[in-house]
Ligand binder design. Structure first.
Ligand code: MG
Length: 244
């Protein structure tokens, strides 16, 4: 009996080593198909599979967020600028999950303070805001500062450049999923890179980003990307998305 036990033990110890020893070539664990499709870049570094939402020349991809009338923001010198009182603008196309690139600039001449200084915002599906704000040496509530998922997540750091300088957002938005009964069955997520710095790392969207009150989770379809008219002349340029 003892001999049998010893034999079994030896087998259990040696078999994995034998199995491991049989694979000696690195090629054995290489995968060659499929190959990722090639994405190239144009002279402005826009990926070839991106949808350009603003190339500096016109607002053809945009409309008023409330009335679907033509967008009334000012296009000049390759950028678009909020015209106070004309309202938020939204893409005509509706999107699900996307990778978004855009550049924004708050006014060089500082006016206002806190939330009143260079305030705008990028809303995904017209509901989930990543804050745009001049937070360069400008204190406000942390969960409402530039790069916050508004009133849900404080940015990991403050990567703001000075007013008047162009800044970049690269954002990964994963949409929330609702079932046929209107119940949220999977949360959405946001990852935000501000001027090359990670400031939101795959945070779970709690629901709509409300100014007053708490997040709501009401079922919805794909919807527009929306830019906010908060009354400050914030500018945008070089906006593109890739569908995920
Ligand atoms: Mg805002």
């Amino acid at each position: 009996m003892k001999t049998l036990l010893l034999l079994v033990s030896i087998l259990f110890i040696t078999i994995p080593f034998c199995a491991q020893a049989q694979i000696t070539q690195p090629e054995a664990s290489e995968v060659w198909e499929p190959q990722p499709r090639v994405v190239s870049h144009d002279k402005n570094n826009v990926p070839s599979d991106a949808i350009v939402l603003f190339d500096g020349t016109n607002l053809d991809q945009w409309q008023s967020a409330s009335s679907e009338e033509p967008a009334k923001w000012k296009v000049e010198n390759g950028s678009m600028t909020v015209v106070k009182g004309t309202g938020d603008i939204a893409t005509k196309e509706k999107f699900g999950s996307v990778q978004l690139h855009l550049e924004w600039r708050t006014p060089e001449v500082i006016e206002g303070e806190g939330q009143g200084r260079g305030n705008s915002g990028v809303f995904f599906q017209k509901r989930y805001e990543v804050q745009v704000l001049d937070n360069y040496q400008n204190k406000t509530y942390s969960n409402g500062q530039a790069g916050s998922v508004y009133k849900q997540y404080i940015p990991l750091v403050n990567a703001c450049k000075a007013p008047g300088e162009w800044q970049t957002y690269d954002i990964i938005f994963e949409e929330p999923i609702f079932n046929d009964d209107g119940i949220k069955v999977r949360s959405g997520y946001l990852t935000v890179i501000h001027n090359g710095v990670l400031i939101q790392n795959h945070v779970e969207i709690l629901g709509t980003t409300e100014y007053i009150g708490f997040p709501k989770n009401i079922a919805h379809e794909d919807d527009s990307i929306q830019l906010q008219d908060h009354g400050n002349p914030v500018s945008y340029r070089n906006i593109w998305v890739r569908k995920i």
